[in-house]
Design a protein around this ligand. Structure first.
Ligand SMILES: *[C@@H]1O[C@H](CO)[C@@H](O)[C@H](O)[C@H]1NC(C)=O
Ligand SMILES: *[C@@H]1O[C@H](CO)[C@@H](O)[C@H](O)[C@H]1NC(C)=O
Ligand SMILES: *[C@@H]1O[C@H](CO)[C@@H](O)[C@H](O)[C@H]1NC(C)=O
Ligand SMILES: *[C@@H]1O[C@H](CO)[C@@H](O)[C@H](O)[C@H]1NC(C)=O
Ligand SMILES: *[C@@H]1O[C@H](CO)[C@@H](O)[C@H](O)[C@H]1NC(C)=O
Ligand SMILES: *[C@@H]1O[C@H](CO)[C@@H](O)[C@H](O)[C@H]1NC(C)=O
Ligand SMILES: *[C@@H]1O[C@H](CO)[C@@H](O)[C@H](O)[C@H]1NC(C)=O
Ligand SMILES: *[C@@H]1O[C@H](CO)[C@@H](O)[C@H](O)[C@H]1NC(C)=O
Ligand SMILES: *[C@@H]1O[C@H](CO)[C@@H](O)[C@H](O)[C@H]1NC(C)=O
Length: 860
């Protein structure tokens, strides 16, 4: 039997052989070594092979620069430039140690020794004399250091002189002892690494903040350091692999971040377009490119001072105008405000009597607090109540907030003067800001809140009494499907794509709830799928068929056409559009748009050439294409996708129907989670929910969900565990028959499932027996058994005992101690043998051996 090595890995090996085979790899320059010459094309390579230093020509430029770039990846990504503002116009440059003072120097031309140097480390000449003691070394962190040969004292380092890129363990900020300020500056253009317009630094005054400046103008601000993170970056994307540290003392004010997983390359770059972006590259997992995981500014509310003084920016309000005023304030220039120009900001409402007896505060929740450059910070442990008192004592105090929101943290920030650049967050992560108002305003806010409580009660009464009305509405909706369509059209439509019908409907419903989800018209899809021909059909899902199609621009798409009269499908359709339109992650399938035409409802996805995971892992022949490396990548990919759903996206989402057939594979076999018809959005503080309608797929459902309808992120963890064990064993959980070693749990039946079997083998210490014999390449037994161990943790009976997805990823990626699993939950399906596809059964009996209950479930 021959097995295919995935092409990608093959190339990586080849590539590394090429690089390491050809270069004479050294990482230091000393007075004795040959200089690095532009004409020789030689480079320094750090000891671990991560970074290289040498001459390069950026983009279309003919000028030559000395820089540092990643050595491990094929795409040249420059992270540092020595002579960024002083290029060499020919190829005569060379880099060596100055024989007189030991500095590392870039010379333009050897023939003229008196010629001016292009660039130098410029350390004082006494630092390492004689010069023979000076050594320049490229470290594996990407730091170029000039150090003393014997004492190892660092005389100069490139991390102290960053260009446009911040790397792990590199400090940004000010050394108060030496006055050194480390900050990033963008390039001028792709072809010119010279100092550009945008700079990114820590502003030390007041409560420290990160600022992006365009020339002299503040462009974006991170919000102050609130003890946990920067208050304006609530979603520190992918935070599970980073650790942040922030220091503010007499010696320095600095920020630094590290990567906990050494397999990931990560960098933050300031671009000449005025964007700061963080990129990750999981190079050891065959990723082909940098993936942007966070960037700023991203919307209008991110623009510094977008709503003026005392304004409040709320981008979820963009249908009207994103700018409003803080409590007690009104637009300074109503006409301009009406024209959606808020730069004049807001003023106190006329007649306000600030600084009188009855002053109080209105809490503006979940915001990036105003600019803290000019605030008074009281860091000694004042409670919020004491902050309020402190603010009331001074008439010019306009607002206060907590200085440190980490547990046990305290202290206040007091604002005097303008409150600038306040923005509201839709997802959690912001802070509470207490804005000072007078007695009258305070009374109005109190009344409003009371009103809200009252109206909540009224709502309940309305709901109860309105059930009958609801029924009649449903009745009417049934007879007037037109209305329904119009409502749905609000879910997905696009101003650019118009058909006769859609333009008419646009007039009817101007509301754009998902302006980023394009609408496809039926004609386009009929052409793309060859009129939904049988030849284009990819398969049948729960609520309809899936077709392959090709758009006029050549893009391949997959069209999910929902069954026309499925009422159930309608709900799932709406749900899927609502959920997935807001999500973007490389391990989630991308929804490109949707289409609604009369009874037709369709979802348009990116096309996945390699079908789904079950197509591979449950097939004798195809299974052998997936070696251990690939399977491990798939496991990690799925885990990352779920983690994104659970905690890293703006929403908290429980998928509820994770299974092999819902994991699609792209051209490079990267897994993408699909089918969000069952998914549920959770509030941030919500832990568990209950449903009367248990939907999902047998074999993947956690016991508490199957038995009691309780679902939480831990039910997805359970499904993930089953999936993981299936990937390793190549066997379906439900299809597994084993008549030998297992005790008879259920009525003398010799039936069991995969989990039970693995558990038996685990207890006997023979767990590797379960590994798919088709895993042909040599694989690490240690790694595989670690995976099985983690899989068993995920399928434990008690939801509380199961790890979170972030813990799962951490355990998968790191060498850590893993707790022993307790007995897994066994769910037996009695009649699975008659039912090759368990997902198609309309009802099935479930028995849990731990809580011997029998429930009839509605499974699809
Ligand atoms: C680079 O050199 C080529 C050939 O000498 C020339 O045509 C081109 O304009 C140069 N490009 C720049 C950016 O100077
Ligand atoms: C070095 O400079 C001299 C005179 O400035 C010039 O003639 C020579 O071609 C240059 N050498 C190289 C390698 O460019
Ligand atoms: C060497 O460089 C100096 C300073 O740039 C210049 O004045 C001199 O003419 C150069 N000599 C030659 C031979 O090019
Ligand atoms: C080297 O440092 C001195 C002062 O320490 C400064 O005046 C000079 O401009 C620096 N030169 C370079 C090339 O950075
Ligand atoms: C390190 O220092 C010693 C003197 O103790 C010197 O002989 C040697 O050349 C130096 N090594 C390098 C690489 O410069
Ligand atoms: C991140 O954590 C590692 C290991 O705990 C530690 O060595 C490193 O210094 C930390 N880095 C930062 C920036 O906190
Ligand atoms: C109020 O605070 C401002 C700003 O900190 C300060 O200049 C002023 O002296 C304070 N006034 C009183 C009465 O404390
Ligand atoms: C915030 O409070 C925590 C807990 O008291 C403390 O460890 C941390 O140093 C504080 N951070 C700042 C920036 O004051
Ligand atoms: C406060 O805002 C107003 C209106 O935008 C502006 O005119 C004034 O200069 C600002 N004051 C300060 C101290 O920035």
């Amino acid at each position: 039997m021959k097995c295919a090595i995935p092409r990608m890995i093959h190339y990586t090996i080849l590539f590394q052989l090429l690089l390491f085979g050809l270069c004479n790899c050294f990482d230091t320059i000393s007075i004795n070594s040959h200089p690095i010459r532009d004409t020789d094309n030689n480079v320094l390579v750090s000891s671990g092979g991560t970074f290289a230093l040498g001459f390069f020509r950026p983009g279309k430029s003919n000028y030559s620069y000395v820089g540092i770039w990643y050595h491990k990846i094929p795409e040249q990504t420059v992270v540092w430039v020595a002579n960024r503002n002083n290029p060499i116009k020919d190829s005569s440059g060379f880099l060596s140690i100055d024989t007189t003072n030991g500095n590392l120097v870039l010379y333009p031309n050897r023939t003229n020794q008196t010629a001016e140097v292009v660039w130098s480390t410029n350390a004082s000449s006494s630092a390492c004399s004689p010069a023979s003691y000076c050594v320049a070394q490229l470290l594996d962190s990407g730091n170029l250091v000039l150090l003393h040969n014997i004492t190892k004292q660092v005389i100069w380092q490139s991390f102290d002189h960053p260009t446009d890129t911040m790397l792990p363990n590199m400090k940004l900020g000010i050394d108060r002892r030496t006055g050194l300020n480390r900050f990033l500056t963008s390039w001028k253009s792709e072809d010119d690494p010279g100092s550009g317009n945008y700079a990114y630094w820590i502003e030390p005054s007041g409560s420290p903040q990160l600022f992006l400046y365009k020339g002299q103008i503040p462009w974006w601000r991170s919000g102050h350091w609130n003890g946990i993170g920067w208050s304006g970056i609530p979603a520190m994307a992918g935070k599970f692999i980073f650790n942040l540290s922030f220091v503010n003392d007499n010696n320095e004010i600095s920020q630094m971040w590290g990567v906990l997983n050494s397999a990931v390359l990560s960098r933050i770059v300031v671009f000449e377009s005025g964007i700061v972006e963080r990129f990750n590259w999981w190079y050891d997992q065959g990723e082909q490119e940098w993936n942007g995981v966070w960037s700023a500014p991203t919307d209008r509310c991110d623009q510094y001072d977008h709503c003026g003084a005392f304004g409040l920016c709320d981008s979820s309000n963009a249908e009207q105008f994103e700018c409003t005023c803080l409590p007690g304030f009104e637009p300074g220039s109503p006409t301009e405000w009406y024209m959606r120009d808020a730069k004049h900001g807001c003023l106190r409402k006329p007649g306000t009597l600030i600084c009188s007896e009855g002053d109080g505060f209105v809490n503006v929740e979940n915001v990036k607090v105003p600019d803290t450059s000019n605030v008074k910070v009281i860091s000694s442990g004042l409670s919020l109540k004491a902050c309020e008192k402190e603010c009331l004592r001074n008439c010019s105090c306009a607002a206060y907030a907590s200085a440190n929101i980490s547990e046990g943290g305290s202290g206040c920030i007091l604002w005097h003067g303008n409150l600038t650049d306040t923005r509201k967050f839709t997802a959690a992560g912001g802070q509470d800001l207490y804005v000072r108002v007078d007695e009258r305003e305070l009374a109005q806010y109190a009344k409003k809140q009371k009103g809200m409580l009252v109206s909540k009660k009224a709502l309940i009464i309305l709901v109860v009494s309105g059930v009958t009305i609801l029924f009649s509405i449903i009745f009417f909706a049934y007879w007037f499907p037109q209305r329904k369509r119009r409502g749905l059209r609000k879910l997905c439509h696009d101003a650019n794509v118009t058909s006769e019908e859609s333009s008419e409907e646009d007039k009817l419903g101007q509301s754009k709830r998902h302006p980023d989800l394009p609408f496809f018209d039926l004609k386009t899809l009929i052409t793309a799928t060859n009129n939904f021909s049988a030849a284009n059909k990819l398969g049948r899902g729960g609520f309809g068929s899936v077709y392959k199609g090709q758009l006029v621009d050549g893009r391949d798409i997959a069209v999910k056409r929902l069954s026309k009269h499925s009422r159930q499908g309608m709900e799932e359709f709406k749900n899927e559009v609502m959920v997935i339109a807001k999500l973007q992650h490389r391990n989630l399938v991308r929804l490109l748009g949707c289409c609604i035409h009369k009874e037709e409802k369709m979802l348009i996805y990116e096309y996945m050439p390699n079908k789904s995971l079950d197509y591979f892992i449950f097939d004798e022949a195809r299974r052998s294409h997936l070696d251990w490396t690939k399977r491990f990548e798939i496991i990690i990919g799925i885990a990352r996708g779920i983690l994104y759903l659970h905690q890293d996206s703006r929403l908290k989402i429980i998928h509820r129907d994770l299974k092999a057939s819902n994991v699609l594979l792209d051209a490079s076999m990267n897994p993408k989670i699909s089918d969000f018809g069952m998914a549920r959005m959770f509030g941030d503080d919500q832990i568990q929910a209950n449903t009367n309608r248990v939907v999902g797929t047998f074999g993947y459902m956690s016991p508490e969900y199957a038995m009691q309808g309780l679902y939480s992120t831990k039910s997805d963890v359970f499904s993930f565990g089953v999936l993981l064990l299936e990937i390793i064993s190549g066997k379906k959980n439900t299809d597994y028959i084993n008549g030998s070693s297992l005790p008879d749990y259920v009525n003398g039946s010799s039936w069991s499932n995969l989990i039970a079997h693995i558990w038996e083998l685990w207890k006997e210490g023979k767990v590797l027996d379960i590994v798919d014999p088709k895993l042909c390449l040599p694989f690490s037994a240690k790694e595989v058994s670690k995976c099985i161990h983690i899989g068993l943790l995920c399928v434990q009976e008690g939801a509380k005992d199961r790890p979170t997805m972030s813990a799962v990823i951490f355990m998968l990626a790191n060498e850590t101690s893993i707790p022993p699993p307790s007995t897994p939950a066994f769910i037996f399906q009695k009649d699975a043998s008659h039912n090759p596809d368990p997902s198609m059964s309309s009802s099935a009996e479930a028995v849990s051996c731990n809580s011997v209950t029998i429930t009839t479930l509605e499974a699809r």
